[in-house]
Design a protein around this ligand. Structure first.
Ligand code: INI
Length: 158
């Protein structure tokens, strides 16, 4: 039997973060959590690249470009889609999630989903470092685990 399991280890890894500016009261906190998560697990500060996108809807295109560049072992997407703030919540949140998954599947580079989808700003704040942990920190750990797992798994056929 062969078993593969990734470890949350960041030494030697290069990671890109794409962060949405919309709701930046929240996304700045997610970004701080993600950076903290990466550095606590051994990613060198100089190996972290941050790109800002206007909103969650734009995250997939930026994540795809970063993932396809060959310069990163993993990408982390951060955003906050808040139902109270928009009538097109479902479209923004759905296209964001689907597009990020597609970016990962198309490139073979893990794209961690650090996008909050909440009913209110209060709920988003809770998940951005206040009461309920920090989704950016969790996404950083996921990115590192997936990068390590993919490094172990059999390579794609050319
Ligand atoms: N973008 C977000 O990141 N979060 C939101 O809650 C949001 N709302 O409320 O509309 C939002 N909208 C902007 C969207 O992501 C695009 O930037 C915009 O539609 C231009 O394409």
């Amino acid at each position: 039997m062969t078993t593969y399991a990734g470890q949350v280890r960041g030494d030697g890894l290069r990671v890109a973060i794409v962060c949405a500016r919309f709701n930046d009261l929240i996304t700045e906190r997610l970004l701080a959590g993600a950076r903290d998560g990466l550095q606590r697990h051994g990613v060198d500060g100089s190996s972290i690249t941050v790109a800002w996108a206007p909103g969650a809807f734009e995250l997939p295109l930026v994540a795809q470009r970063l993932a396809a560049s060959g310069e990163f072992d993993a990408v982390i997407a951060l955003g906050a889609v808040i139902r109270g703030a928009t009538g097109h919540y479902e479209h923004v949140a759905g296209e964001c999630a689907g597009g990020l998954q597609r970016a990962a599947l198309d490139t073979g580079v893990p794209v961690a989903f650090g996008v909050l989808t909440t009913d209110s700003v209060e709920q988003a704040l809770e998940r951005a470092g206040c009461k309920a942990g920090n989704k950016g920190y969790e996404a950083a750990e996921t990115a590192l685990e997936m990068a390590d797992l993919l490094r172990q798994l059999p390579k794609r056929r050319p």
